[in-house]
Design a protein around this ligand. Structure first.
Ligand code: DQA
Length: 149
């Protein structure tokens, strides 16, 4: 199983950025944690972080063309308004799980709306950086059930 882990704008600043909300781990720490889990479970992971909407959209198209099995995406603030990102996810035949480190439902009202979540198979929000691993686990269990059919 090949999974692409995508992080959107400002997530390259993890560790420095509002640590009271997002914690002290850097993106490199988080990617290392994901990699460890993936290796333990025979999952092949690749990573992309970009502050640019178009780069994320291109990565979604490329993932589809390469036959990637799933996408774990934290779209950052694009979650709340990027119809282009939503259309990219909707337009490919690759299941995606949305992740938010913070609980977007306990913060400012504008964070409660996700334009991307409706085109994802599910969402993890508020579990800190463990949300990425929980999303991988969700893909793993889903895959297990599908191969049992
Ligand atoms: C976030 C929540 C978003 O509202 C915010 O814009 C982010 C990070 C999270 O991981 O909690 O950049 O996606």
């Amino acid at each position: 199983m090949r999974i692409l882990i995508m992080n959107g704008p400002n997530l390259n600043r993890l560790g420095k950025r509002e640590p009271d909300i997002y914690g002290h781990e850097t993106l490199a720490d988080v990617e290392a944690m994901i990699e460890t889990y993936a290796n333990e479970h025979g999952i092949d992971v690749s990573f992309i972080q970009s502050n640019y909407e178009g780069a994320l959209i291109d990565a979604i198209h490329d993932a589809a063309d390469e036959g990637i099995d799933g996408i774990v995406i934290n779209p950052g603030a694009f979650t709340h308004y990027s119809i282009a990102l939503r259309d990219a996810l909707a337009g490919v035949d690759v299941p995606a799980i949305e992740v938010h480190i913070s609980n977007v439902h306990t913060r400012e009202p504008f964070r409660e709306k996700s334009v991307t979540a409706p085109v994802c198979i599910g969402q993890m929000t508020g579990f800190g950086t463990s949300g990425y691993v929980l999303a991988l686990e969700a893909f793993r269990l889903r895959n297990e059930k599908e191969t049992m059919k």
